[in-house]
Design a protein around this ligand. Structure first.
Ligand SMILES: [Zn+2]
Length: 338
């Protein structure tokens, strides 16, 4: 492999290949979301930004700098189910008549977004109560989540994509790879000929992509919680093997040294797991108590995130035989195995 590219050079190389980064504002902590216009046949947009007038306005301006309008879009590709990536789907599809391509497992979710979001909230409530988050905080989070729902939207997926399949455009053939972990539906699109990976939020340079515990796309309940971090680690191991020169991320700069970055993420995971194991030396704790000891009293809106982080690392420790859990009165506590 040649020397890693600087971020600006990576964007320039992507642009030369017809892939233009459009950074669209979001009202969320994460800041702007990167959508990508692929100047090809069909004219393709990867991800949409959140459902807001401001996001739509800036998307239209960004398209205009490339001589395009919303009405020109012919295909919209979705990398995953989070609202900053799917929010304008409904508006864009209605205005352009574009086809929608997404992982086949995600099609029912996008096809009935309101219902899916409602089920996600129910799942999250059960999970939070089970892991010791106080009931009033769970209620507050549920209200926040309900208010956030309007930033998302759905659409009929007209081109469902299978893991390992291909998305063929005139000038490129993209391999479709399911890389769950950050969300259950993370999908990356691999242009092997150019060494360019459209990565969504699977890998982000400046922040670790929180593996949020989420309702499985095929159902599931809080008692058998999905092991988001273990799933994510397995996905990263696959991506690490790929000879990607440029990973175009859903947020921030492109990643040009993905192996180094993935190794940093693995090291962080090991450090956090060791810290959590140490905290359990005090005696059994709920995931909520562990989160408080790790990060203090975080803002209510961050409570689900930190719960997910703790559960992810506890899952690793359990799989390693270092921690076991027991349940009493519907609440789970973890203890270190002596
Ligand atoms: Zn995102």
């Amino acid at each position: 492999m040649s020397a890693p590219l600087a971020a600006d050079d990576a964007l320039a190389e992507a642009a030369a290949a017809g892939i233009h980064c459009l950074a669209i504002p979001t009202p969320f902590l994460v800041g702007r979301v990167n959508c990508y216009l692929i100047d090809d046949d069909p004219l393709t947009l990867v991800d949409t930004g959140p459902n807001s007038g401001k996001a739509l306005d800036e998307l239209e301006q960004a398209l205009a700098t490339h001589g395009r309008r919303v009405e020109d879009l012919e295909l919209i590709v979705v990398t995953h189910q989070h609202i900053d990536h799917i929010g304008l789907l409904d508006v864009l599809v209605r205005r352009s008549g574009a086809e929608v391509a997404a992982l086949d497992l995600l099609a029912p979710y996008l096809g009935d977004y309101r219902r899916a979001a409602e089920l996600d909230d129910e799942f999250a409530v059960a999970l939070m109560l089970r892991h010791g988050i106080p009931a009033e905080m769970v209620q507050a989070l549920r209200s926040v989540s309900a208010a956030f729902r309007g930033w998302g939207s759905g659409a009929t997926v007209t081109r469902p994509l299978g893991d390992g399949g291909r998305l063929e455009l005139r000038d490129r053939s993209l391999e479709v790879l399911h890389r769950p972990g950050h969300s259950p539906s993370d999908t990356v699109f691999w242009d092997e000929r150019r060494g360019i990976l459209l990565g969504g939020d699977h890998l982000i340079k400046h922040i670790s992509s929180n593996p949020l515990v989420a309702r499985p796309l095929d159902g599931g309940d809080a008692a058998a919680r999905p092991q988001a971090l273990r799933t994510y680690v397995a996905s990263l191991e696959h991506t690490r093997e790929m000879p990607a020169r440029i990973v175009l991320s859903g947020h921030g700069e492109p990643v040009t040294e993905h192996r180094t970055l993935i190794d940093e993420r693995f090291a962080l995971t090991r450090r956090r797991a060791a810290k959590i194991h140490g905290l359990l030396g005090e005696g059994p704790l709920t995931a909520y108590e562990l989160a408080q000891r790790m990060w203090g009293n975080v803002a209510v809106t961050q409570a689900f995130l930190t719960l997910s982080e703790v559960l992810g690392h506890v899952d690793l420790l359990e799989a390693d035989g270092q921690v076991r859990e027991h349940e009493q009165d519907g609440v789970v506590r973890f203890e270190a195995v002596a």
